[in-house]
Design a protein. Sequence first.
Length: 185
Amino acid sequence: MHLLKSPSATDNSFKNLQGGFSLVEVVLAIGVIAFSIVAILGMLPIALKSATESKKESRAAFIANHLLATLRATTFENARPFESMATGINLSISSNTTIAYTEIGEPLDVVAESSYLSGVSSSGVTANATFLARISASPVSSLGGLTSVSAEISSPAVAPRDNRQIFSFTTLIANFEPATAPSPP
């Protein structure tokens, strides 16, 4: 008869059956995890910068889209991109107009050409300006009734023009007089 015997502390066969990790394996695993975490943390500033640039580009496109759509929908000789604008933009002649906008795309005020080139002041009506939108109208003489309208959206508004990020948008706007109804006989 063969009896099973229980393993004793001095039995080598029992020690060989134990599972676990050696110190070298643990150190290597910690090293791989640390390297991965450092690589991920190193990419965070790049991701944040990319997200900020994307937000700025989206806001510039929103401002340009709103401006150009408003100019298309208003009268050609007195286009007003926003209600409180004192004088409109005449799209039938070559002209430049600059408007200051907030970070969320709300118009603040029309600014002078000198402010467009040097940056708006950080006081007064334009103190909260983040974007400057310069609208340039140039009638296309070879295509009667059409005006090339460019919207140059730049940011930050307080910086000189050479130090701003500039987004350019261009479209053609037609000057068609609305049809008048014939007078009754």
